[in-house]
Design a protein around this ligand. Structure first.
Ligand SMILES: *[C@@H]1O[C@H](CO)[C@@H](O)[C@H](O)[C@H]1NC(C)=O
Ligand SMILES: *[C@@H]1O[C@H](CO)[C@@H](O)[C@H](O)[C@H]1NC(C)=O
Ligand SMILES: *[C@@H]1O[C@H](CO)[C@@H](O)[C@H](O)[C@H]1NC(C)=O
Length: 408
């Protein structure tokens, strides 16, 4: 750590402590969006006002500037907050930032870009009004579909935190982190119904040193998804459900995807989700590696596929299932995974024929079948799991299709 980094870490720590205790006003320069013309009446478009407030805060020299979104409902058609800024920025949300109804073809709705030292705080809400747009999502049928906007997009962001806020009914992903380094997301709430299409809770790609902590995510797609180039990611004390679970991937869909390395999922609960812990890759020629991955201390509560590696993943039409994935999965631990499985195959491993998985290790897996008849309870013991590892090694050496699950 050089002195600048040291200084930055100290500052962020200090900043958070102050913000938490609500004593920061004295030291901050305040930019109340109402002073820039925003009206919290739930009708007027405050897009320009909120961006003007940001621009002033961003240009204020040195120290820290706090943009305040007070109580009220502020309609924002779209907002792009472009750095770099001259000092540290806090974006403090007390009220509701509400999207326009209907489909919009922007990439992101509220976008933060090129900022080093950003804190998004408060207990306010970002309401994406997704229910007015989900019917326009045709991505299941059309592989070239135009994405609806992500609610909160962080691009090229460094040394930053997002805490306390919540995201409601995003049109597409709730939070997306791209090309970023060193971000902590702590104590956020994410809510959308089980059938909201592509409403991933938090999606990460091409980013390093990201921590997602103490958050509750209920949504229609993956609660957390870690795409290509995710490096050194911690997901800790996250409760997910409904949703599609905590996923690595999907990987191998696009050319030149960067490796995934150093993922830890620890102390999480998956409740009523379709998948629990999942690694998913497309059948394609895109070569990359996903490795050094640990899932530990995870509770499943009536999860359909508690542990699943799916290397024939395909979420839209137009995949050639006769092909095999070129993503190498290796060095993965599943430890201390317990609870109930809604399906009888609690552990389902379908690796690539061309690049069979290796070093997939299981220890202390205790999943009970909680099926509808209540009688056929099945317990998967650790010895079966060691068997899975041995089986993978064997399949690898024979280069057979390694498509099986523990119940067979
Ligand atoms: C886990 O997160 C919840 C909020 O979702 C919080 O109340 C709880 O204290 C956290 N537990 C730990 C062990 O950090
Ligand atoms: C594995 O991941 C951990 C945690 O992210 C990281 O500290 C370590 O350097 C990684 N190991 C390798 C061999 O990349
Ligand atoms: C998994 O087990 C195998 C065989 O015991 C071992 O060679 C490998 O290093 C283990 N993998 C990890 C990630 O520890």
């Amino acid at each position: 750590m050089d002195s600048r980094q040291l200084c930055m870490s100290f500052f962020i720590f200090f900043f958070l402590v102050l913000a938490k205790e609500g004593r920061a006003q004295g030291a901050d320069r305040i930019f109340d969006i109402r002073k820039f013309g925003a009206i919290g009446d739930g009708k007027s478009d405050s897009s320009k006002a909120i961006q003007d407030a940001f621009a002033s805060a961003c240009n204020a020299a040195g120290g820290r500037s706090r943009i305040v979104v007070p109580l009220g409902t502020f309609v924002v058609k779209s907002a792009v907050f472009n750095g770099p800024c001259k000092g540290w920025i806090e974006f403090s949300v007390g009220g509701i930032i509400k999207a326009l109804a209907g489909p919009v073809n922007d990439d992101g709705w509220v976008v933060f870009r090129h900022i080093d030292g950003l804190a998004i705080t408060g207990n306010g809400k970002f309401d994406g009004l997704g229910q007015s747009a989900w019917n326009f999502n045709n991505c299941k049928k059309n592989p070239n579909c135009r994405d609806l906007p992500t609610s909160i997009q962080l691009e090229f962001i460094e040394n930053s935190v997002v805490s306390g806020i919540s995201s409601l009914n995003s049109k597409y992903f709730h939070i997306k982190i791209l090309q970023s380094n060193s971000i902590t997301i702590d104590g956020v709430g994410i809510t959308a119904p089980e059938n909201s299409p592509n409403a991933d809770g938090i999606h990460i790609s091409n980013s390093q040193n990201i921590r997602i902590l103490n958050s509750i995510i209920s949504t229609g797609d993956d609660c957390v998804s870690m795409g290509a180039g995710s490096t050194n990611i911690l997901v800790y004390n996250v409760t997910c459900g409904p949703g599609h679970g905590i996923s690595i991937g999907s990987l191998g869909k696009y050319d030149n995807e960067a490796d995934v390395n150093g993922i830890t999922v620890d102390k999480c609960t998956l409740s009523g989700t379709s998948n629990g812990l999942r690694i998913k890759t497309w059948p394609s020629d895109v070569q990359m590696t996903a490795y050094n991955i640990t899932f530990n201390d995870v509770v499943m509560d009536n999860t359909y596929n508690p542990i699943i590696i799916d290397q024939q993943y395909c979420s839209s039409k137009g995949c050639d299932q006769s092909r095999s994935s070129s993503v190498q999965i290796k060095d993965v631990w599943f430890k201390n995974i317990r609870g109930t499985s809604k399906s009888q195959s609690a552990v389902n491993i379908q690796c690539s024929r061309r690049f069979p998985c290796y070093d997939i290790n299981f220890s202390n897996i205790n999943l009970l079948y909680g099926g509808p008849d209540g009688k056929t309870k099945k317990e998967l013991e650790e010895k079966f799991c060691v068997g899975v590892m041995a089986l993978i090694e064997k399949l690898k050496s024979q280069s057979l299709p390694n498509n099986f699950n523990l119940e067979n």
